[in-house]
Write a protein that binds this ligand. Sequence first.
Ligand code: GLU
Length: 314
Amino acid sequence: MYVGRFAPSPTGPLHAGSLVAALASWLDARSCGGQWLVRIEDVDTPRCSATAAQTILAQLAACGLAWDGDVLWQSARGQRYQRALTALLQRGLAYPCGCTRRDIAAALAAQGRQHERHGERPYPGTCREGLNGKPARTWRFHTKKYMENRASALMQQALPAIFLMNEHLLHWQDRRLGAQRQDVAREVGDFILRRADGLWAYQLAVVVDDGEQGVTDVVRGEDLADNTPRQMLLQAALGLPTPRYLHLPLVRAADGEKLSKQQGAPAIDVSRPLLALAQAAAALGLPAAPETSTPPDALAFWRAAWPHFYNRAP
Ligand code: GLU
């Protein structure tokens, strides 16, 4: 049984780029008779608003993108995330960290490392063995320990189908991007599960929820592709299955930048849902729907075309 989802962060209304992810995940689910869930990813409460969430739901409805069951709200799920963190702590796969950004920069400089990734520095592991009297600020996943232990365990058993790893590299297959790999320990290091402001990190919330909702297929924008190895590690560490992944081409503004709510991309015009849908379908490379179509006809037309565009390999 296929279970897909659309998981917007309600930091603003849907724009042309987020509608592409909504449409593609809907088409992928509906073209095989699967379920399509909507999850509002409002863990980062200061950046999210309930009004934006309601607007997104109304925009989806206006476009005819109907979802199954109740909408899941991440802001109501702190206890689930805490349970997952506790399970990781008990197994030594997560640890509290007392480092400030300045401490991290100093430790990296002392190791002669300058590497910056999206302005975020891979954590050098200072608090792995203990806090040394500092108060805990964040909680981190012990990437290095998990990958080393897992790599040695895998020597003795059959490898999982979707991703492979040794102690450094995680290899995985994306339905559109093909073979991908990341040196998780070097590129992202021991990543944050609970932030210094007490909020849950996206990585943990998304993995716990995809697992609990039984999501079999994640269809989302390509800008999120490099989060996938972290999510795969967490899934494996929490004993959750790994879904298939399809990362979509990004819609770019005239200046070549990715459309984003933060940069004020305009909301889709729900008074003309067919136009908004047609633009999203074109961004996905789908053929134009017949001119006389209504939104439901156009959706049915693209649903029939979809399997020829992004097939769902095992
Ligand atoms: N909430 C994320 C976003 O709006 C998407 C998360 C996901 O699809 O995994 O960018």
